[in-house]
Structure formats: structure tokens, C-alpha cells
Design a protein around this ligand. Structure first.
Ligand code: PLP
Length: 407
């Protein structure tokens, strides 16, 4: 008899986006004349930068000719892209990361979800609340949690991110082995300072723990004092793996390209307490289960590092950041307290009431869709997330409608 992995039965069906869609559909049926403005999604709306498009075209033409055609590529990514990443994303900022420490992939979602395979079943896991749900769900699937009770899985150490700690969780009181951190944060839009990140690196070094650092929103950082990579922190290479993506910086959500950095000296331990390096393990996993990102997509990603590509990527992020500034301005005017939106495309707003109640009010009174914070974890209740991924015209229109509805 074939039996299932019963850990899947513990998973909470994600009602968040289907619930939102159902409420929006019901509103539109009753109010067909109102054009609903969607500021709920985390997907980009602008097309790929021109530099990426022309590199993409060129690479496709190469695939049409015998002499430049390419079949299976290296699973870890082509040297041209890995070298560009190491040079521009790390060495240029004083982080000593080499091309052979980069693993190119088709998404930070897959990588942050798959990385847990390297660790034992007994690993004690710390996950922020609120959180990008992939970290949690993939550990549930792998059987590292108990069942779901009162909005939380047994066996997980939740790191509360609240107004009081400025949405940067404090070090856990109990011992943990694996820590997920994401900055700039989804959903809160909060950032971490070098000193705060240094605390986490020191904690991991002192307690033989490992940090998984998700920097998918790095491109939105405008405050030069903030770290863009965990490897800007001394001592991080032994204790941290970093995830990056072209989804949000260059609009690759539908094109798919990302990468993971596993430094050569990054370590974990076997059951005898002997140090084991993670680079060969991730390399083995990647080569066994992944066939590499397509050649044209890697050429398009490489183009983000060309002189014109860098300017276009910056303009793209600025475009969304201007929208975020409009949201911040309006929320301040309406006397809501909020974080995010300065170094992040998300603004996290304290509605002073239940998240869903606030969601319904914005939908019914202003025809604007946001994301209720409760969908990202227990600490998200009372908050909503407004995303800057839309046109400036729509964001402006949405803010005017919210002002009229709430004033
Ligand atoms: N990490 C975070 C925090 C995200 O919010 C997202 C997407 O929304 C991802 C990773 C996924 O990125 P990718 O498109 O590269 O899979």
C-alpha cells in the first residue's frame, strides 16, 4: 500500500489569497462600476529592463546557430554570470565572495524552500512572525514540526517581530540551530542595521547555529548605512547562507533567475559533533536535483550588471519606491503608524483593528485591495501590507480614495 507523507496533512491551507480574491469578486459583483485598485500583490508590474531584453534576444539568436548553440549548462550556473555576481554584488561592497560560492537557480522561493534538506530532523528552527510562508511550510512538509495549534506549529521557535522591537526580532531565549532572517523584510518592509545583524552573526558563531539570510529585496535599500549582504558582517561566511533573486530588482518574476551563496567555509555539524562543510552538500543537491537555468535567461540576468543595466535596475526600483513614498505620505496624513516603504516596496500599517476588518473597510469604502497582516502570522494581526508594485497613477488614485473614505 502506498502511504503518504502525513506531515503534509498538518499544513494549513493558505486561505489568504483565495479569501482576498473571493471578497474582491463579491465586491465587484455588487459594484461593477468601481474599478478596484490592487495593492495587495508582491508581483512586479513593469517590464524587463531594456538591457536584459536585448541580451535575451541575442542569446536566443545564438541558440539558433550550430556554432553557438548550447545544450545542458553547468548546474551551478555559467561562469559569466557567477563571476558578474561575485564582482558586482559582493566584492564591490567589500564582501569576499568568490564566483565558485554562487549557485544560480530558478528562484529564491525554491532555494529557501529546498535548503532545509541539508539539515537533520532534530534541527531546532527559529522563524520570524510575521513571515514569508515558504520557510515555515517547507519545514512542516519535512516533518520538523508538531501540529498546528492556536495559530502556530508546535516545535518552531517563533521570533516575534513587533512594533516594540522595530520589526527586528530579538535573539531567542531558548537554543536554536537554524535561523531564518529576511531583510528588507516581506511583509513588514523593515530593515536591519549592521550592528543588529552583527548580533545575529555572533549568536550563530557562539552557539554553532546557522543563519539563512533572504535578501530578495536588497535592491530597494537606499540607506547606505544598511547592510545589503550578510557577508558585509565580519565572521558571517562560516555561519550564513544568503539568497538573492532577480525577481524584484529586474522584474524576473515570470522569467525566473535567482542565486544562493554558500561560502566555502560555511559549516554545520554531524551527529558526532564533527564540523562538516555545507558547500559540497549543496553542490551535490543542486547537481542531483536541478538542471540549471536556461542560457538566455542567464544572459539576461548578466545584463543587469552592465553599465546601462545597472542604471535601468536602479530606475526600476526607484519607480516602485516613489509609489511607496506616496503610501507613506498618505498614511502619515491619516495618522496611522507604519514601517517600511523607504528601503522596501512594502508599507506595513497598524490599522488599530483586526486585519481583516481593515481590509474590508478599504475594499468596501475605497475599492482598494491590500493584504491583511494576519495572513503572515499571529504577530501580523492588526496590520495590513500595502505593496508599491503598481503604477504611480493607480497608487495616487488609491491614496486619494482612502483619504476620502477615511477622513
Ligand atoms: N523571498 C521573499 C522574502 C519573497 O517575498 C519572495 C517573493 O515574493 C521570494 C523570496 C521569491 O523569490 P523568487 O521569485 O526568486 O522565487
Amino acid at each position: 500500500m502506498i502511504t503518504i507523507n502525513e506531515h503534509y496533512l498538518k499544513l494549513q491551507a493558505s486561505y489568504l489569497f483565495s479569501d482576498i480574491a473571493r471578497r474582491v469578486a463579491a465586491f465587484q459583483e455588487k459594484n461593477p462600476q468601481i474599478e478596484v485598485i490592487k495593492l495587495g500583490i508582491g508581483d512586479v508590474t513593469k517590464p524587463l529592463p531594456a538591457a536584459c531584453i536585448s541580451a535575451f534576444h541575442k542569446a536566443i539568436d545564438e541558440m539558433a546557430v550550430d556554432s553557438s548553440f548550447r545544450g545542458y549548462g553547468p548546474e551551478q550556473g555559467y561562469a559569466f554570470l557567477r563571476e558578474a555576481i561575485a564582482t558586482h554584488d559582493f566584492q564591490a561592497r567589500g564582501a569576499d565572495i568568490g564566483a565558485d560560492e554562487i549557485f544560480v537557480s530558478d528562484g529564491a522561493k525554491c532555494d529557501t524552500g529546498n535548503i532545509q534538506e541539508l539539515f537533520s530532523q532534530q534541527t531546532r528552527i527559529a522563524i520570524p512572525d510575521p513571515v514569508y510562508p515558504v520557510y515555515l511550510d517547507t519545514n512542516v512538509m519535512a516533518g520538523r514540526t508538531g501540529s498546528y495549534k492556536d495559530g502556530r506549529y508546535e516545535g518552531i521557535v517563533y521570533l516575534d517581530s513587533t512594533w516594540e522591537n522595530n520589526f527586528v526580532p530579538s535573539l531567542p531565549e531558548q537554543k536554536v540551530d537554524l535561523i531564518y532572517l529576511c531583510f528588507p523584510n516581506n511583509p513588514t518592509g523593515s530593515t536591519i542595521t549592521k550592528a543588529e545583524l552583527q548580533n545575529w552573526v555572533e549568536y550563530a558563531r557562539e552557539t554553532n547555529a546557522l543563519i539563512l539570510f533572504d535578501a530578495a529585496y536588497e535592491v530597494f535599500i537606499r540607506d547606505e548605512s544598511l547592510p545589503r549582504s550578510i557577508y558585509e558582517i565580519p565572521g558571517a561566511k562560516e555561519v550564513a547562507i544568503e539568497f538573492r533573486s532577480y525577481s524584484k530588482n529586474a522584474g524576473f518574476t515570470g522569467t525566473r533567475c535567482a542565486y544562493t551563496v554558500v561560502p566555502k567555509e560555511c559549516r554545520a555539524y554531524d551527529s558526532m559533533g564533527t564540523k562538516q562543510l555545507l558547500h559540497p552538500l549543496w553542490n551535490r543537491r543542486h547537481c542531483t536535483k536541478f538542471n540549471g537555468v536556461s542560457y538566455p535567461v542567464q544572459r539576461a540576468a548578466e545584463a543587469t550588471y552592465s553599465a546601462e543595466g545597472k542604471v535601468q535596475v536602479r530606475e526600476l526600483a526607484d519607480y516602485y519606491l516613489k509609489n511607496a513614498a506616496l503610501v507613506r505620505q498618505e498614511m502619515a496624513h491619516l495618522n496611522f503608524r507604519f514601517v517600511g516603504g523607504e528601503n522596501s516596496p512594502y508599507v506595513w500599517i497598524d490599522g488599530g483593528r483586526d486585519s481583516w476588518e481593515f481590509f474590508d473597510m478599504l475594499l468596501n469604502k475605497a475599492g482598494v485591495v491590500c493584504t491583511p497582516g494576519a495572513g503572515f502570522g499571529r504577530c501580523g494581526n492588526g496590520y495590513i501590507r500595502i505593496s508599491a508594485f503598481n503604477s504611480p497613477e493607480n497608487v495616487q488614485k488609491a491614496m486619494t480614495r482612502i483619504r476620502e473614505a477615511l477622513s
